[in-house]
Design a protein around this ligand. Structure first.
Ligand code: CA
Length: 259
């Protein structure tokens, strides 16, 4: 720990130390899973890493953005735990690199930034999940398990291709003519919903449910049309060769553009 730890840092360390004393159950299914942990609080990182190791994960620690970039380029990971504030930058910058390099990787942000705007920014930058410090290590483990389950759900399915667009169900990686297309989290969730029903209309209610899980009704309904416009713009600009058509009284449909 560095010279003057913050108050939350003290509280968090106590929580983690207490948890670390308990012997965790072995998670058989996770034996070979590799986790990238980007965290600059060295003692804290080590405590979490030890816990993960006892649960059967292999952990690579990176305390700076620079070292994390190197780790992303040289290793393979099923999941990344990212602390937002690092001595040399914000780890949200890493997310596109992680997604490009590691198919199916899940990204959980671990951070003291608990303001709603910071959470939204992290998720929009492509994180799958968000945990605010101080947190209970058992909650972290549960979220890791849930995220790894989700990443394994569509393993083995081939990418869906429409026009020049291809969508990998497992990694949620989007390519146009084999070039990666980076989309924000909600745009990606919308594309995911539409492309799974390629050539069929997706009801508005289904899109709202799948894209805005757990958010307020009024906000979601207004936001959906704006989100469709943004996704349409990205797809047009990248010459994806697909259209998103409004289907009156139902919702939207994604289809191959008529050439
Ligand atoms: Ca930090």
């Amino acid at each position: 720990m560095r010279g003057a730890p913050s108050v939350w840092g003290d509280v968090f360390l106590k929580v983690v130390k207490n948890m670390a004393r308990r012997a965790p159950r072995k998670m058989q299914a996770s034996n070979t899973m590799r986790i990238l942990m980007v965290e600059d609080e060295v003692e804290l990182a080590r405590l979490i890493a030890d816990h993960l190791a006892r649960c059967g994960f292999e952990v690579r620690l990176a305390p700076t953005l620079k070292e994390a970039r190197e780790a992303v380029a040289t290793g393979s990971y099923s999941l990344a735990l990212l602390d937002r504030r690092l001595p040399d930058g914000d780890s949200v910058e890493l997310i596109p690199d992680i997604r490009r390099a590691h198919s199916g990787v899940r990204v959980i942000m671990l951070t003291a930034l608990d303001a709603v705007a910071d959470k939204i920014m992290g998720l929009d930058a492509g994180a799958d999940d968000y945990l605010t410090k101080p947190f209970d290590i058992n909650e972290l483990m549960a979220r890791i398990r849930a995220n790894l389950r989700r990443s394994g759900e569509s393993a083995g399915e081939p990418p869906i291709t429409v026009g020049a667009l291809s969508f990998d169900l497992r990694s949620r990686g989007v390519c146009v003519n084999s070039r990666p297309l980076v989309l924000h989290r909600r745009e990606l969730a919308l594309l995911d919903s539409l492309i799974r029903r390629d050539g069929r209309a997706t009801p508005r209610e289904t899109l709202l449910e799948e894209v805005y899980t757990g958010e307020e009704e009024g906000f979601r309904s207004n936001a959906l049309d704006a989100l469709v416009s943004r996704l349409r713009k990205h797809l047009n600009e990248s010459d994806a060769g697909v259209v998103i058509q409004p289907i009156r009284g139902i919702g939207y449909m994604l289809a191959k553009a008529q050439s």
